[in-house]
Ligand binder design. Structure first.
Ligand code: TXA
Ligand code: MG
Length: 367
């Protein structure tokens, strides 16, 4: 009897999986430089109908739903397998639209808003009643971003509503930066995918919390923290060394406690100064079947037989950032028993690179 029950339950699960996998995904190709509005309005119609649309932004691909409709927003959590307590970022197409979603005086921050938007920065404000708990995971604040990508902007405009969107990856995987990444995570699970090639930055937005008594950096991203500090001298910058839920009495971003970006095999991050990093990474990589993520500058110092993926030059950290998630999602990683990664300087976007590498790491060695 027990066995029959188990079989029934399993076949129920299987048929449910098949039903969920059977969704017909409309794939739309768009030229970022010159988006075809008639094609894009098809995607906007899905948003209006309460369906999910994956779309490009300048940071990573997002998985969008009408932010004003809780039922639509709930679909995001299901498609990604995202924990319910991790809030979403709401994307707007104008500062006016942002103003309509918050209960704070936006003009107080007009210098910041006008300098950083449109762009790869999310600002957290106290929300108003238009934003449901489904979006904010129960928080009284909401993350808002005015993206700079023309496809994203037009999609929001044509939809006529703000779009709630996390990164368009399955929960636990690195954010999607290419067409291949979005398709492999979302095809068959959502109504529509907009493809427009590789994204610009390849790292998620910088998050700055303006909802509390002190402004705080919640997640480093493409914008240099020094630049934000010029605008907000009292900005609290926690050490992004490991996931913490609280720093100096401030509640940090709920997302920080999750170990995101986990690649298919364990990643060992080597931190320290150049000579020691190269020597330790070389030793580890030689010992077992390893794939090594390294900089252009150091690549020639490693033994020739080690499989290397060059992320870019230490003098061009934007390049390193844009290659990072592709390297972490590389199908080839599965052929190795571990990934060894060099550390990078923590200036400019380097702070965000190191934050993501530390979150991806199953072990950090400080040499
Ligand atoms: O670049 C990006 O930010 C991309 C694109 C699609 O815009 N989105 C993105 O979303 O990276 P997601 O969900 O992967 O990361 C959003 C982060 C999470 O760590 C979440 O906890 C935090 O933002 N967050 C959202 N709303 C928040 C709030 N009200 N307070 C604190 N943290 C918040
Ligand atoms: Mg994400």
């Amino acid at each position: 009897k027990g066995q029959t029950l188990i079989i029934v339950v399993i076949s129920f699960w299987k048929s449910k999986e098949i039903l969920e996998a059977a969704m017909d995904t409309k794939i739309i190709k768009i030229d970022t430089a010159d988006p075809d509005l008639s094609v894009l309005s098809e995607a906007a119609n899905f948003i209006k109908a309460g369906e999910l649309v994956a779309f490009p932004t300048e940071t990573v691909y997002g998985l969008g739903a009408n932010a004003l409709e809780a039922k639509a927003v709930e679909k995001i959590f299901r498609a990604k397998g995202r924990p319910q307590d991790n809030p979403l970022i709401v994307h707007v197409s104008s500062i006016e639209m942002a103003r309509g979603l918050i209960s704070q005086d936006l003009d107080r921050y007009s210098n910041i808003v006008e300098l950083l938007w449109p762009g790869p920065v999310t600002l957290i404000f106290r929300k108003n009643e238009l934003i449901s708990q489904a979006v904010t995971a129960g928080l009284q604040s909401v993350g808002i971003r005015l993206p700079a990508n023309p496809v994203a902007l037009k999609l929001i405009e044509l939809s006529g509503v703000p779009i709630a969107a996390p990164s368009a990856n399955l929960s636990g995987k690195p954010s999607p930066t290419s067409e291949e990444h979005v398709l492999s995570d979302m095809e068959g699970k959502i109504a529509c995918i907009i493809l427009s090639g590789d994204v610009l930055f390849g790292l998620e937005s910088t998050i700055v919390d303006l909802s509390g008594s002190k402004p705080a950096l919640l997640r480093p991203g493409p914008v240099d923290v020094e630049r934000i500090k010029e605008l907000l001298p009292e900005l609290v910058v926690p050490p992004f060394v490991e996931a913490r839920e609280e720093y100096a009495g401030l509640a940090l971003s709920p997302g920080l406690k999750y170990r995101h970006y986990s690649p298919d095999v364990p990643l060992v991050l080597i931190e320290g100064n150049s000579g020691e990093v190269v020597s330790r990474a070389g030793i580890l990589a030689r010992r077992s079947k390893s794939i090594l993520l390294c900089s252009e500058e150091y690549s020639e110092f490693y033994p020739v037989h080690i499989k290397k993926v060059v992320l870019g030059s230490r003098n061009d950290l934007y390049r390193v950032a844009s290659n990072l998630f592709r390297a972490l999602r590389n199908e080839e990683n599965r052929n190795y028993s571990q990934i060894i990664a060099e550390s990078f300087p923590e200036n400019g976007i380097g702070l965000a690179i190191m934050n993501r590498l530390r979150k991806a790491a199953s072990r950090i060695e400080r040499v």
